[in-house]
Design a protein around this ligand. Structure first.
Ligand SMILES: [Zn+2]
Length: 96
């Protein structure tokens, strides 16, 4: 569900989660109770496509849909993965 931002005239900006397209133009502030107007803000899509987002997505997907394997895992000490990079920091990144 999307997160909508509201600006209270007395307090500050607060966020509420509402169904898509069902957020009213005004809501009561959870702190002081005054009417707060909805703000127009940019969607937070900056994380999609990043390595961190793909890792989180893969972890969430594996919780309900285990990855199908076609063979036994490689023997210890022998790496079956091709070397994509020699940088050791890249070894932690998710693979396709
Ligand atoms: Zn308020």
């Amino acid at each position: 569900m999307p997160i909508y931002e509201y600006r209270c005239p007395r307090c500050d900006v607060f966020e509420l989660t509402r169904g898509m397209g069902s957020a009213p133009a005004e809501e009561d502030c959870p702190t002081c109770g005054q009417r707060a107007r909805r703000r127009i803000s940019a969607p937070r899509l900056a994380r999609t496509g990043t390595a961190a987002f793909r890792l989180i997505d893969a972890a969430e997907r594996s919780a309900s849909e285990p990855r199908v394997v076609s063979g036994t895992p490689p023997a210890p000490g022998r790496s079956a993965r091709p070397a994509y990079s020699t940088n050791p920091l890249h070894q932690k990144l998710p693979r396709p």
